[in-house]
Design a protein. Structure first.
Length: 329
């Protein structure tokens, strides 16, 4: 299959609709093969994934244009070989921060445009047919996704044989908020996409630090330097500012420096909580706040007793006691 492009005419660029896409630094995470690999292996619960040659993952430039000339050059499109080498599977990732009731129509349009592009490139299978496409909608909004994940649901029931012509066009929905609370999906941070989802939905600073600390260990490889930088950019330039609006941050670009800065910020934020407790004179409430912080870190992180003791000010004996105490939900 060739990767050459057919000639294009001039394009007219338009700004994307408000709220439609994740920020650019988030999308850039999925320009790394390691992220797409973990997305497939962790979140596509279908047998055919086992037959993929994940080492063959490569990006495909998405430069097709819709009829109203909206440029789609920032699409994330990958292709991966089937293990027996007979065809490619194309993976189209669409990013959403708001619910679009007619998302299935848009996905059907994007896949059709991708197929037109592949036909123009003569990028067909050995049998002269079109390769399979997996459309993925990655959604990180606060509310749960409510739109149909199949085009046929949006089309009115037809009388008689007309229903035969109703297209189905399903897509794979990954709703981060629903996934984080679902035991069926990977909770361990060894899966990079699972870690990303956990960070996005974390509600408190100790949890951010716990997940990020494990990411630092996971990405501790020279081969992953580019992905380290991408994670650092997203967390530093977007994630922290979204979680703590108005925060002032020094100019940092290094992944390890971001981790150190996060540790300092979490310690500062915890100290502020404890100081408020002291000023209010509620020693009992102060101890309870420490215990709540420690319990959250025990439940949501892989930090050891010493690390949790350093962050909360509790003794290691108190941390060990909390580990043996049943959690109330």
């Amino acid at each position: 299959m060739t990767r050459s492009r057919h000639p294009r005419g001039p394009r007219q660029r338009r700004a994307p609709a408000a709220g439609r896409h994740h920020d650019h630094s988030y999308k850039q995470l999925f320009s790394h093969a390691e992220m797409v690999r973990d997305l497939l292996t962790g979140f596509v619960r279908e047998d055919w994934v086992q037959a993929l040659d994940l080492a063959s993952l490569e990006t495909v430039k998405g430069s097709y244009v819709t009829d109203d000339y909206r440029d789609r050059e920032d699409d994330i499109i990958w292709r991966v070989r089937w293990a027996d080498g007979w065809c490619y599977v194309y993976i189209l990732i669409e990013f959403q921060s708001t619910v679009d009731p007619f998302m299935a129509v848009r996905i059907a349009c994007y896949v059709s445009l991708l197929y037109q592009d592949l036909i123009a490139q003569k990028a067909l299978t050995a049998a002269g047919t079109l390769p399979p496409v997996l459309p993925v909608v990655l959604y990180n909004g606060e509310s749960r996704w409510t739109a149909p994940t199949q085009l046929s649901v949006l089309i009115d029931a037809a009388p008689g044989g007309l229903a035969h012509y109703r297209p189905h066009w399903p897509y794979l929905l990954l709703d981060e908020g629903a996934i984080v609370g679902d035991a069926a999906y990977p909770a361990e941070v060894r899966n990079l996409v699972a870690a990303l989802f956990q960070l996005e939905k974390a509600r408190d600073e100790p949890t951010w630090l716990a997940v990020y600390a494990r990411l630092v260990a996971l990405l501790d490889s020279g081969a992953l330097d580019s992905l380290k930088r991408a994670f650092g950019r997203w967390i530093y330039r977007s994630f922290i500012r979204k979680k703590r609006p108005g925060i002032r941050l020094p100019d940092i670009n290094d992944f390890q420096e971001v981790h150190i800065m996060l540790q300092q910020r979490v310690e500062q934020w915890n100290a502020e909580i404890l100081e408020r407790g002291r000023k209010e004179g509620h020693q009992e409430g102060l101890a309870e706040a420490r215990s709540e912080m420690a319990a959250a870190l025990i439940e949501r992180s892989g930090l050891d007793d010493a690390a949790i003791a350093d962050l909360t000010g509790l003794s290691r004996e108190a941390i060990r006691a909390l580990r043996t105490t049943p959690t109330e939900h």
